[in-house]
Design a binder for this molecule. Structure first.
Ligand code: BMA
Length: 319
């Protein structure tokens, strides 16, 4: 009997051949790991805000710039952003930044994980930081109730409210939520957006990847899903499409679309992790550069065509 080769489907995410693009060896100072970067295009260059883990195991964020987003990275000689106690960050570091340009405020908002001292210990929570130029930064402080991770604003207000995707732990569940605010300070109207799915590849935890991408078909969400297995946790990537106004989930891929395969994704400080936090879309070609952390050790790049992603999500199997 002949079997159809189900693994020969079109790869939606194509890995850059010279991955990983950034490693600790590239760094101008002593570090342990570089991964999970936020990404934007600024002044005709790709700017990555990279999570850098020092050799104590704490993280800070450092800028790396490149003309083509692939080669010849120029890395700042010192950390760009470090945790600050006066902003409610417990000095255990900043992790996993996402960056959006908020047209209404004419500034970028960076969301990252920081740690928050409270009676339950030092759980992870969300810090907001604004900047216009990536030279001067304004610390907006620690927001939302911890434990919380994987947060990003939508790049525009939704029905007059800033909308923040985030991932609290509620009753032991790690689902993707959305919260709303008039001023970026006080948050409420929280609700679950994308829940974990029983027994699926995304059964243990889900979290937003890069910031939502606005398309004519809806907000494209690239998210990570984790599954705890007998030999460890596997972090993979799936897609969802949200209504532009109500943010209801219109479509969600049943299967993961990108997962650890190459050795730099399979083996590292944490094995079997692909963790995208930033994308840059070329509006002329519709090509998306997707920057991701590989095995919590290095920065890697995949590319995808936005139309291919939308075709796939609009026609794929759902559950
Ligand atoms: C998540 C986050 C990420 C990390 C991933 C895999 O909980 O902490 O920073 O890349 O785990 O270890």
């Amino acid at each position: 009997m002949k079997y159809k080769n189900f693994n020969s489907f079109k790869e939606l995410f194509k890995r850059y051949k010279k991955n990983p693009i950034l490693t600790p060896e590239n760094w101008p100072y002593k570090v342990g790991a570089v991964f999970n970067p936020g990404a934007i295009k600024l002044n005709d260059e790709i700017l990555l805000l990279v999570r850098v883990e020092d050799r104590q195991g704490y993280s800070h964020l450092t800028i790396a710039r490149s003309k083509d987003g692939k080669t010849n990275w120029r890395i700042d000689s010192a950390p760009t952003l470090v945790a600050k106690k006066e902003f409610g960050e417990a000095l255990f570091g900043l992790e996993d930044p996402r960056i959006v340009w908020l047209e209404e405020r004419e500034e970028y908002i960076i969301t990252c994980i920081s740690f928050f001292e409270c009676v339950t210990g030092e759980p992870p929570g969300i810090s907001l930081i604004s900047t216009k130029d990536f030279i001067n930064f304004k610390r907006l402080g620690h927001k939302l109730i911890p434990p919380n991770k994987d947060a990003s604003l939508f790049p525009k207000t939704i029905n007059g409210y800033y909308a923040l995707i985030n991932r609290p732990i509620v009753e032991g569940r790690a689902d993707i939520w959305v919260s709303f605010s008039k001023d970026l300070d006080f948050w409420g109207n929280d609700r679950v957006l994308i829940p974990t799915r029983h027994r699926s590849w995304d059964c243990s935890r889900v979290g937003l990847g890069p910031p939502p991408i606005e398309t004519p078909d809806g907000w494209l969400i690239i998210y990570h899903g984790a599954r705890d297995t007998a030999s460890g946790t596997i972090y993979r990537v799936g897609l969802a499409l949200l209504d532009l106004e109500t943010l209801e989930v219109i479509r969600r891929t049943k299967d993961w679309v990108f997962g650890p395969k190459e050795s730099y994704e399979r083996v590292g400080n944490v094995d079997d992790v692909v963790f995208p936090c930033g994308t840059v879309l070329d509006e002329k070609t519709n090509e998306i550069l997707i920057y991701y952390g590989a095995a919590d050790s290095t920065v890697a790049l995949a590319t995808a065509n936005l139309n291919d992603l939308l075709d796939y999500i609009k026609t794929c199997e759902m559950c």
